[in-house]
Ligand binder design. Structure first.
Ligand SMILES: *[C@@H]1O[C@H](CO)[C@@H](O)[C@H](O)[C@H]1NC(C)=O
Ligand SMILES: *[C@@H]1O[C@H](CO)[C@@H](O)[C@H](O)[C@H]1NC(C)=O
Ligand SMILES: *[C@@H]1O[C@H](CO)[C@@H](O)[C@H](O)[C@H]1NC(C)=O
Ligand SMILES: *[C@@H]1O[C@H](CO)[C@@H](O)[C@H](O)[C@H]1NC(C)=O
Ligand SMILES: *[C@@H]1O[C@H](CO)[C@@H](O)[C@H](O)[C@H]1NC(C)=O
Ligand SMILES: *[C@@H]1O[C@H](CO)[C@@H](O)[C@H](O)[C@H]1NC(C)=O
Ligand SMILES: *[C@@H]1O[C@H](CO)[C@@H](O)[C@H](O)[C@H]1NC(C)=O
Ligand SMILES: *[C@@H]1O[C@H](CO)[C@@H](O)[C@H](O)[C@H]1NC(C)=O
Ligand SMILES: *[C@@H]1O[C@H](CO)[C@@H](O)[C@H](O)[C@H]1NC(C)=O
Ligand SMILES: *[C@@H]1O[C@H](CO)[C@@H](O)[C@H](O)[C@H]1NC(C)=O
Length: 503
């Protein structure tokens, strides 16, 4: 249903369109990070805070109000959103004094040393704990009145993150509406957000929208890659063009609120991200895609571009999530949404040069050349043979017993050879093509002791690669195959099946 375009009643729509543009501009766009703790070796709060500082992360969201974390975050200047876990919702939603105790224990005890700026009352309550939904608004009101009693209601905002699945028919955005089953809770909730000046909090996962669309949503559109105008999605009612799922979903939420006559509640995204690893049936959960999505998302948010229907109105966003959570149940992707492992090492280096300070740890702007996933193995083999032969790449690291022998497959070996060649050619344009079977990436393909030429940081312990003078003329078309991967021995001639032409 995500992609269907229907006509709607133009009159209603015009009214909505006029109203929906009243959302106020918020120039404080920021990127925050969610901190889930389902790790077998969860770092100590002081280590977590050290990582946040090193990465210049100034906004975090916790899924609870862990005392250790709140103490470690004191006097750091980091702004913290805390949460009432879903398990505590029923108690708080049924008792004003339970709510007051919660605030006194988890907020008043830490503020202002710890700069608590928001309280998430529950998480995706409609979809994950629907039995608590009837008391959700009461819980929010009780927490709010406890904040008022402590004179903290101006500094600390109360809201509740929604799953984007409560928004139905989200494309085209102008036709989106909230699942009507929840209107009895949603309408009082929106009234509450409006009267307290709080945000609508939304979790947006283009990864799942893409996975569930059966090919209707193009990968590049989900990944926020730049699209040619003909590939953009057009909202037939507004004629607004969308170039990514994220923007379309944010605009859909504005329209869904406008449909209920709420036009001045700003949106904040409490979760968004992309997994870097998945099961075999999750082929798009890759390091490259995760890096691409999160890098694009961060640049987009910090650029204050806004959304197509609300240009210039920034949508602050918390990335899901800081750490890979190895104890999360479910498919492999569930455990691999993190930016860092438990040691604080990045899973991948975000490609953020020029985007600002947050998470900007790629000052090298490093690129690598890899074999394309899904490339024809024969083409790869031929290109590999060429690189290790006429291309003069030193391929001895891939011999049996050497560091880059494993994994013993043509993709891994071709990646090593392509990257060596690309690196030696000074990463000149056109030197990472190999007849279309190679692609540039920002993810360092080094693994274990197999260190790729050109990789940085601690990986860069290998000496400089020898760079004999070569140029595109002398390195032109492969004519003979001088290197046989199968037997991993040099100078074993093999019949060339495909003849390939470079450049
Ligand atoms: C918390 O952060 C906000 C936003 O930067 C700032 O205005 C406020 O002064 C901070 N509060 C405390 C107690 O540090
Ligand atoms: C809840 O307690 C606060 C004081 O903490 C009070 O102002 C408010 O009226 C109470 N609300 C209800 C519904 O009892
Ligand atoms: C709307 O919400 C109800 C209650 O959770 C659910 O049963 C129903 O499937 C939802 N409708 C859609 C179209 O998702
Ligand atoms: C929104 O406002 C219009 C016009 O005032 C009214 O007709 C409509 O019933 C309202 N919708 C809701 C959901 O309150
Ligand atoms: C940043 O915004 C400017 C204009 O506001 C736009 O031209 C540019 O493409 C945007 N960059 C990104 C990465 O979104
Ligand atoms: C980059 O990340 C490493 C940890 O991987 C950290 O030690 C270092 O301080 C970071 N550098 C910057 C400039 O953020
Ligand atoms: C980083 O890489 C991009 C694309 O590869 C390039 O446009 C940009 O100029 C580079 N920035 C720096 C600082 O090298
Ligand atoms: C090729 O690399 C290996 C290490 O992997 C090194 O021992 C050898 O000297 C290199 N050969 C040439 C010709 O550079
Ligand atoms: C690599 O080359 C650079 C510049 O040519 C040189 O300064 C550096 O010492 C070399 N490193 C090694 C390990 O040989
Ligand atoms: C490549 O090598 C040829 C022959 O050595 C030379 O004439 C040509 O100028 C070189 N081209 C480049 C781009 O260095």
């Amino acid at each position: 249903m995500l992609w269907k375009m229907e006509s709607v009643f133009a009159l209603t729509l015009l009214v909505l369109l006029a109203e929906v543009s009243f959302v106020a501009a918020d120039d404080e766009a920021f990127i925050g990070v969610n901190i889930g703790t389902d790790l077998s070796d969860m770092p100590h709060p002081t280590q977590v805070v050290a990582l946040l500082k090193a990465q210049q992360i100034r906004h975090v969201r916790l899924y609870d109000a862990d005392r250790g974390m709140l103490v470690a975050l004191a006097n750091t200047g980091i702004q913290v959103m805390i949460s009432v876990p879903n398990e505590q919702l029923l108690g708080i939603g049924q008792s004003n004094s339970t709510a007051a105790n919660w605030v006194s224990h988890n907020v008043v005890a830490h503020y202002p040393a710890t700069n608590i700026t928001g309280i998430c009352v529950g998480s995706e309550v409609f979809t994950s704990t629907p039995n608590a939904a009837p008391v959700l608004v009461n819980a929010m009101k009780y927490i709010q009145s406890a904040l008022v009693a402590s004179n903290l209601d101006r500094q600390i905002k109360v809201s509740t993150p929604l799953s984007s699945s409560v928004i139905l028919d989200s494309f085209p955005p102008s036709q989106a509406f909230f699942n009507r089953s929840w209107n009895p809770v949603l309408i009082p909730m929106l009234n509450f957000l409006q009267s307290t000046g709080s945000h609508l909090l939304l979790n947006i996962y283009p990864y799942y929208d893409y996975m569930q669309s059966n090919g209707v949503i193009p990968l590049d559109y989900a990944l926020m890659k730049p699209l040619v105008p003909t590939k953009e999605a057009v909202d037939a009612n507004t004629l607004v063009h969308y170039s990514n799922v994220f923007d379309a979903m944010v605009d859909a939420s504005y329209f869904a609120m406008a449909f209920l006559n709420f036009t001045n509640i700003p949106v904040m995204v409490t979760e968004s991200g992309w997994p870097s690893k998945g099961d075999t049936n999750e082929p798009d959960a890759t390091l490259d895609n995760a890096n691409t999505y999160n890098s694009n998302l961060i640049r987009h948010v910090l650029n204050k571009t806004g959304t197509p229907n609300h240009p210039g109105i920034a949508v602050s966003t918390y990335i899901y999530e800081l750490y890979n959570e190895d104890l999360k149940p479910g498919p492999v992707s569930e455990k691999n949404w993190g930016l860092f492992n438990a040691n604080g090492e990045p899973i991948y280096i975000l490609h953020l040069t020029g985007a600002g300070l947050v998470l900007a740890n790629d000052t090298t702007n490093q690129t690598y050349c890899t074999a394309k996933e899904g490339a024809d193995p024969k083409m790869l083999q031929a290109a590999l043979d060429w690189a290790c032969g006429p291309g003069k790449v030193n391929c001895s690291a891939m011999l049996q017993g050497e560091a880059c022998y494993e994994p013993d497959n043509v993709i891994a070996h071709a990646t090593y050879a392509f990257n060596s060649y690309y690196n030696r050619m000074g990463k000149a344009p056109g030197t990472c093509d190999f007849n279309g079977v190679a692609a540039i990436t920002t993810t360092n393909p080094s693994h274990g002791t197999c260190i790729f030429p050109g990789s940085t940081g601690k990986m860069n312990s290998v000496g400089n690669i020898t760079a004999p003078s070569m140029n595109s003329t002398s390195s032109a078309p492969p004519v003979q195959n001088l290197y046989n991967l199968g037997s991993l021995s040099f100078l074993l001639l093999r019949v060339l099946i495909c003849s390939i032409v470079f450049l």
